[in-house]
Design a binder for this molecule. Structure first.
Ligand SMILES: [Zn+2]
Length: 322
């Protein structure tokens, strides 16, 4: 009440009234700027927190920011047996520091400088697939060769820097593409194909196939292979069910649709953090899963670094499937 009395007194004074108005305007500005700063700050701290986890120096869990195409995959990585998040830019390895400020290692040249160097992949020794009317279900290629496999799913987000990164890395990758996701720009994936990617099938609509009728699954599985074959001139021979969810029908239909194997994974990569289904290092034959997401560069570099740290070399999945 005293405050109001003072205001009333100042207002009644013609000499002080302009100062009162100026003070009120200044207060209003301070409040507005303060709120805007708080909003940016919380956004920044969320980003820094997520990145902080990737350094291994920050505590806590990465902030879950569900993506429409990936929420279930992230949940899958949290299934029993999944390893804890592990940082690949550990404090002991300052040669690959993350860049909370976004520079300079997030610049195009900075990203390229963080690509590890690998020994050449050994000549691939093809595995044996079980005979029968169903596609094989594989999450680790049974091989003792010092190789691991990078797979990249979906395709809704098309980060331009992915093309230069893949070109510079000189490593093969397998893309499991959802045809509805790539339709807006099939040429983007053609550029990745030219840089060493092989395109495989991941349904038309990214539907969860488990428990669905054979005809529904046939439409999604065969349809996506047919469409990708028509767009890119090579019909896929491998398949990944959305969310890694499948049943016996899925594997039978995958086989009927002319594809040899369907894939789960041993590691997932999200926001620059590698998570393990088992253990805390990439094993020979492991299949790593990442997605076309806004953090493509960080995810791709983290996958490469995890494979490098394990003494392995990225190899092409298709070379191991007879
Ligand atoms: Zn997917």
């Amino acid at each position: 009440m005293r405050y109001l009395a003072v205001v009333r007194h100042l207002w009644s004074s013609h000499r002080l009234r302009p100062r009162l108005v100026a003070a009120l305007v200044a207060s209003l500005l301070i409040v507005l700027i303060g709120n805007a700063g708080a909003t940016d700050g919380s956004r920044d701290s969320r980003w820094i927190n997520a990145r902080g986890v990737s350094t291994g120096t920050g505590g806590g869990q990465p902030v879950p920011v569900p993506l429409p195409s990936s929420g279930r995959s992230a949940a899958s990585s949290g299934r029993p047996g999944a390893g804890p998040p592990r940082a690949w830019a550990a404090p002991a390895a300052p040669s690959t520091p993350p860049s909370p400020t976004g520079t300079p290692s997030a610049s195009p040249s900075g990203l390229l400088a963080r690509i590890p160097t690998f020994p050449p992949a050994p000549p691939a020794e093809k595995i044996t697939l079980p005979p029968g009317p169903a596609a094989a279900w594989i999450s680790r290629v049974p091989t003792s060769q010092k190789v691991a496999f990078i797979t990249i799913d979906d395709g809704w987000t098309k980060q331009p820097d992915a093309i230069g990164l893949l070109q510079a890395a000189h490593v093969p990758v397998t893309l499991f593409l959802t045809t509805n996701a790539i339709r807006s720009d099939p040429g983007y994936f053609k550029q990745l194909e030219a840089a060493g990617a092989v395109i495989e099938a991941h349904t038309i609509t990214h539907a969860d196939l488990k428990g669905m009728s054979p005809s529904f699954q046939r439409h999604e599985i065969c349809g996506s292979a047919d469409q990708l074959g028509a767009i890119y001139g090579r019909r896929p021979v491998l398949f990944r069910p959305p969310f890694g969810d499948k049943d016996n029908t899925t594997l039978q239909v995958t086989h009927e649709c002319g594809m040899k194997a369907a894939f789960f994974w041993k590691e997932t990569v999200d926001k620059g953090v590698v998570r393990f289904q088992e253990g805390n290092a990439v094993q020979p034959g492991d299949i790593l899963l990442m997605h076309f997401r806004p953090a493509f560069a960080e995810d791709f570099l983290a996958a490469l670094q995890a494979i490098h740290d394990a003494g392995l070399t990225p190899a092409l999945l298709e070379d191991y499937i007879p």
